[in-house]
Structure formats: C-alpha cells, structure tokens
Write a protein of this length. Structure first.
Length: 128
C-alpha cells in the first residue's frame, strides 16, 4: 500500500473510530436500525477503501485500462498460487474430488487470464 492510500485508510479509520456512539456494544444494544445501517455503511466504506485501492479522496479514479491491468495481475497471482498448491505435496491432504475441482478452477482461471491479456493487448494496440 503506498503512502497516499495508507493516509486515506488512516483518515477513514479515524472517522470510523470517531463515529458515535463510540462502542459497538451500544450500537447493537440500541437495536436502532438507522444507527446499525450507518455503522455498517462506515464499515463497508472503510473495508472497501482498504481492499480496493482504486481511489483515495482527492485522487482521480483509476482508468478502465489500469483496473483491467490490476485485475489481470491479481488473477495471475491467484492462478500461480493455486497451480503451485496443486503441484505441491500438501495437495495430497485434500480429497480427490477437491483436487479435481481445484484443477477445473485453475483451468477456468487460465482461460479468463488469457482473455484479459488479449483485451489488454487489443487496447494497447488501439492506443498505439
């Protein structure tokens, strides 16, 4: 996480911490649906910002191309880790059915990754 994203997450965390009532028990005990909804909204905002890394306040949203590149990179990482697991000795601790399903999942991920790569190549060619 870069410094700007980290700062944004810190700001959101600070807003979350300063949310009144200050304590989750009070929110739950109140059984006030509006208060619970507000609290859940703040949690979603905080979690979404921390996980997505798409945009920090005051920053331009990531371009479509950048989001597509990030999706391809994330999928590649997941596919590589799954493939490594399937080749490892640890996979022997998993049922044959799970190994079959994980193999199918890895194959589907490879196809999807290839499609994303073709889309990226096509967009780069169109811009170049």
């Amino acid at each position: 996480m870069d410094n700007e994203t980290s700062s944004s997450v810190s700001t959101l965390a600070s807003e979350f911490i300063n949310f009144r009532p200050p304590n989750l028990v009070e929110i739950i005990d109140s059984r006030d649906p509006d208060l619970l909804a507000e609290f859940c909204g703040k949690v979603r905002t905080l979690a979404g910002s921390a996980l997505s890394g798409d945009q920090t306040p005051g920053q331009q949203p990531a371009s479509f191309f950048d989001r597509l590149k990030r999706e391809h990179a994330e999928l590649s990482t997941k596919h590589d880790k799954l493939s490594q697991f399937l080749r490892s000795e640890i996979s022997g601790d998993v049922s044959d059915r799970q190994i079959e399903l994980l193999g199918n999942q890895a194959s589907a991920m490879a196809v999807y990754r290839n499609i994303l790569k073709q889309r990226l190549d096509d967009l780069e060619k169109a811009d170049g």
